[in-house]
Design a protein around this ligand. Structure first.
Ligand SMILES: *Cc1c(COP(=O)(O)O)cnc(C)c1O
Length: 385
């Protein structure tokens, strides 16, 4: 085993796919300190800067005073507190759904939902660029996994027309995490109606950030619970903290409480964290300025990139990748941005993205300034040319 692992690590190194963790010393914000030096980061999914919002820091302290720091048990034993319960009700109200169920992470929510709802006689239709947690959940469910090329609605229609599965579930990211574009939800919903399938949307990057009032990709497309029966959102990105939820009707949520193993067999989130998240939801609902600032920055970034002939992907979200292709080149560019310009921009490489599509993944946050973007642009022009 040891020899095998050493060979594996060597292969990763040779292919420029070895991953290293960056260790920083500051709050989660655009300006980071690493080894005592200042850097400007464009990597965080904390799109609205809520991870450092004073009201949330205060709520966390308050929550710890009231509830202590650990939940002590799983939700079905004694881990479920008034804080978790109120958060679920507020999330359901915010998303205008009957119920919401809190999970410890988005990864666990996706794995839990798919493995609980599907089994051997069912089929799950998944976009090839879906998040790893959806792929893992689909595999764990033992349903037949039918993958379609990214947003290829003709292929999805063909697969739906040619299945003999008992239950059919189409599952997609609302916002694709490495590309920043949106799922073609209007077309997906139409196909689902025609073929008697359900739809699940993983709105990890949409919740809080996308849509006029931050209710996500479904709000952007004006879709309802009749169109998308299962909505998953995460609470560690735009909501600024940690955790995830699934929202849907009463029957769906009760079925998940009975059978989602990643819900049942794990310690509940600390109640102080649930208490903090209640304040997050309140901020998402009542402080539109963070989202407005983010949208201004996205528009400014795209306009500047166009002016300097930097080719972007078709994204209107905070995720703005620049495709480089070769993993080694992407890594070298990321290293130069760090060493020469004190910029942190992650090189995303296979297997996170398909072969030969390694990229610099830039994410914007409401705490960035236009001057930050100007600085990034100048550095990008230097390293790319
Ligand atoms: C981040 C992410 C997840 C996982 O959520 P965590 O709460 O970080 O575990 C799931 N799906 C998508 C699309 C994501 O981007």
């Amino acid at each position: 085993m040891h020899q095998h692992l050493q060979n594996f690590l060597q292969q990763r190194t040779d292919a420029n796919l070895y991953r290293r963790r960056l260790c920083h010393e500051t709050k989660q914000q655009p300006e980071l300190m690493i080894d005592g030096e200042k850097y400007l980061s464009f990597c965080s999914n904390d799109y609205l800067g809520l991870a450092v919002h004073p009201k949330l820091i205060k709520a966390w302290q308050e929550g710890a005073e009231t509830y202590g720091v650990g939940s002590g048990a799983s939700h079905l034993v004694t881990g479920h507190t008034q804080a978790h319960h109120a958060l679920e009700e507020e999330l359901a109200a915010f998303m205008r759904r009957e119920r919401a169920l809190l999970f410890s992470t988005g990864y666990m929510a996706n794995v839990g939902v798919l493995s609980a709802l599907l089994s051997r006689h069912d089929a799950v239709f998944t976009d090839k660029l879906n998040h790893a947690s959806l792929i893992d959940g689909a595999l764990l469910s033992r349903a037949k996994v039918q993958r379609f090329p990214h947003n290829d609605m003709e292929r999805l229609a063909y697969l739906l027309a040619n299945t003999s599965a008992r239950h059919k579930l189409i599952v997609v990211d609302g916002v694709f995490s490495m590309d920043g574009d949106l799922a073609d939800l209007p077309a997906i919903v139409k196909l689902a109606h025609q073929h008697n399938a359900w739809v699940m949307v993983d709105d990890a990057h949409g919740f809080g950030a996308v849509g006029k009032t931050g209710r996500g990709t479904l709000e952007h497309f004006n879709l309802s619970v009749q169109d998308v029966q299962i909505l998953m959102g995460t609470l560690g990105k735009a909501a600024g903290v940690s955790g995830a939820f699934v929202a849907g009707d009463e029957v769906l949520i009760e079925a998940l409480i009975q059978s989602a193993r990643s819900y049942i067999y794990t310690t509940a989130l600390p109640p102080a964290l649930a208490h903090t998240l209640r304040e997050s939801v309140h901020i998402l609902d009542n402080e539109p300025q963070h989202r407005e600032q983010l949208n201004d920055l996205i528009a400014y970034f795209k306009q500047q990139a166009q002016q300097y002939d930097i080719e972007l992907m078709p994204s209107d979200t905070a995720i703005q990748p620049i495709v480089i292709g070769d993993a080694g080149r992407a890594l070298a560019l990321s290293q130069r941005l760090k060493a020469e310009h004190q910029l942190i921009v992650t090189a995303i490489r296979p297997p996170t993205v398909p072969d030969n599509t390694a990229r610099l993944r830039i994410t914007l946050c409401s705490l960035h300034t236009k001057e930050n973007i100007d600085y990034l642009m100048k550095a990008l022009i230097k390293v790319l040319n």
